[in-house]
Design a protein around this ligand. Sequence first.
Ligand code: NGO
Length: 489
Amino acid sequence: MRYLIPLPGLIKPDEGTYTLPSDAAIFVRPDQEEIRRVGGFLADCLRPATGFELPLLPADAPSTDGILLTIEEERTDLGEEGYELIVEPNGILLRAPYLTGLFHGVQTIRQLLPPAIESHAKQLGAWQVDCVTIQDVPRFGWRGVMLDVARHFFPVTAVKRLIDQMAYYKFNILHIHLTDDQGWRLMIRSWPRLAEYGGTTDFTGGRGGFYTQEEYGQIVEYAAARYIDVIPEVEMPAHVNSALASYAVLNDPEMACPLYTGYEGGSSSLAIHKEVTYQFLEDTLRELAELTPGPYIHIGGDEAHSTDETDYKIFIDRVQKIVQGLGKKCIGWEEISRADLLPDTVVQHWWQAPLAQEAARRGHKLILSPASRVYLDIKYDASTSLGLDWTKQYIEVQDAYNWDPASILGDVTEKSILGVEAELWTETIVTVDDIDYMLFPRLPACAEIGWTPQEKRRWEDYCPRLANHGQRLAAMGIKFYRSPQVSWE
Ligand code: NGO
């Protein structure tokens, strides 16, 4: 049986099975460092549970059978991220025009093997795969996950763990919410008190924390090695209490406010008419841009309840130009569509559909994060001990699965949609186990929405696949929510 999530666009079952032998090798063509890295990733995934050596060899090396990874540039039909996978009784062939596609295909190979393959300790096997031909290309190029490290800080190890989970489900964007009222989490060298002082609090009275630029660089690098781009978010002009508390000069009148650890969001505002505000932003965004290989910087923009409407527009206008001057493009929460936007500014939908619809009408691309579907900080049901419920709708697994990006915003069509992004705000999320519990098993639903063609998606078909993934998640050490909607294996 095949239990793939996200479901590939095309699956053609064939006769027979392939069994990975103990002397199998992983072959690469061409034999170049980058492709060896993808092969090495696969080998690292398969070695612990199989106990096999799985050497990496060039494709023409004489040997027994195994798994061949090959770049075929002419297969442009597979796009930047697609791949083709053929399992025959004597081996597995994975091909793609680009490394990204190969990397996604590697995740499919992992999922074709029995769940025990994800175990960190040696298992009995046998490592059998049913013969099949798969052609697989994602529906959307933006398949994101956001982690809020501001309300509660999570160390680099926790973020790397999340990146590995994301890679398994073929996500390609990690959005990190780096600053908020309750904490500033990245060292800005030209304004060091932001992190050193503004980073000392969190939502529940803990000691907070922040990333040095070296640590943040490690996150970006670790993600890049898994074909995931990191999108940094610095909130403005609201959700800025940690900055206002760190530097008196950012306040009007010039007096630092106390650090804040409460629940009310958006009651702080930058001083729109002070030039030093823009000096602070230029410095911060410049340092951030230097740490960001990708094209986007997220400027927040939501819930600016204490910023005057005219001031808000003036502010968004100036900040977009600062970001543009750094060679980057802006993303903002849908409230920014109240201002004039540069043509390539991207708008992220979360709660106020008319604002997002208006942005689409004006030609802006959207990222969809509807709070009723992909806010994975919202409770599963009334009994969930973690999580928020401000949306007044719980999100059980089926709610997370049963929606279509192309119809959720009325007349906004697929053409305007870059993709989907699941959000994990962390007011109530404190530990890595908390992250796991809220993300799983809802995150795989979001993965499939972003990847699989809508006409192939059916809850009845998804449910048994997810049940099988329960075993995989358990083998990975993920303590997930055992939703009563799924017959767990
Ligand atoms: C809102 C708010 C965040 C909260 C989150 C909690 C947005 C874009 N702003 O989403 O500050 O943390 O809800 O679910």
